[in-house]
Design a protein around this ligand. Structure first.
Ligand code: DC
Length: 219
């Protein structure tokens, strides 16, 4: 049976960097589940679906086709034969993704797709509901968090470095907090710290220190 390391936490806590490195060190594939919700959002916006209407998003969801391939240590997602790249990382997608992620039909489709990835081998899966809903029985479950300020600082720097946007740290923080609120108060599979998970606050830790904490705790 495939081994799963599940990592949840709010935006900007460092889940992607930590998961990628832990995956590399342990020979497990990194799975970014947030990218799947971003792809649904991107496709919905491209087709002029009203993302504030759960019924419209639910009706559109089955039209989204995502092909998954293991590539360079991660699961890569292809839509119509193309990698979405930074097209799913824009402030516009950030603003709509939490709404799309409230829709049960989207969540069910993403959850089924994530569970099917065990066919590719051992996985490090990061997101908001991996420890609670997607792989709740994994013995290796983590909740990675950080202060809102530390998270906004990291995200702002990342957006500038990747040439995605040039927002102020304050704007990035406001957008993060709005998403946290929506992600943790929604009806289906909200972000929460599950019982029995290992919590790591990365505010004052280096990336390597967080990676070491995870590696030492993995059974
Ligand atoms: O981690 P991220 O910022 O790329 O996530 C994008 C959106 O998807 C965000 O609003 C949270 C949501 N999400 C979710 O609801 N469940 C997951 N497992 C991963 C992300």
């Amino acid at each position: 049976m495939a081994r799963i390391i599940a990592i949840d936490g709010p935006s900007g806590a460092g889940k992607s960097s930590v998961s990628r490195i832990v995956g590399e060190r342990l020979g497990m594939l990194h799975v970014d589940s947030g990218a799947l919700y971003r792809i649904y959002t991107w496709q919905a916006l491209a087709k002029n679906v009203d993302t504030s209407s759960p019924a419209a998003v639910a009706a559109f969801a089955p039209a989204v086709e995502i092909e998954c391939r293991p590539e360079n240590g991660s699961i890569a997602y292809y839509v119509d034969g193309e990698l979405p790249g930074n097209r799913i990382r824009t402030p516009e997608i950030n603003a709509h993704a939490s709404k799309v992620a409230t829709v049960k039909e989207v969540r069910d489709a993403v959850t089924a797709l994530l569970r099917s990835l065990v066919k590719f081998g051992d996985l490090v899966v990061e997101g908001r509901d991996i420890t609670t809903a997607v792989f709740p029985d994994s013995p290796n479950r983590f909740y990675l968090t950080a202060s809102a300020e530390a998270r906004a600082r990291r995200r702002q720097k990342e957006e500038v470095e990747k040439g995605i946007a040039n927002q102020s740290e304050e704007d990035v923080k406001a957008s993060l907090l709005a998403r946290d609120r929506m992600d943790s108060t929604r009806k289906y599979a909200p972000l929460k710290k599950a019982d029995g998970v290992i919590e790591i606050d990365s505010s004052d830790l280096t990336l390597e220190e967080v990676v070491q904490t995870v590696l030492e705790a993995v059974r």
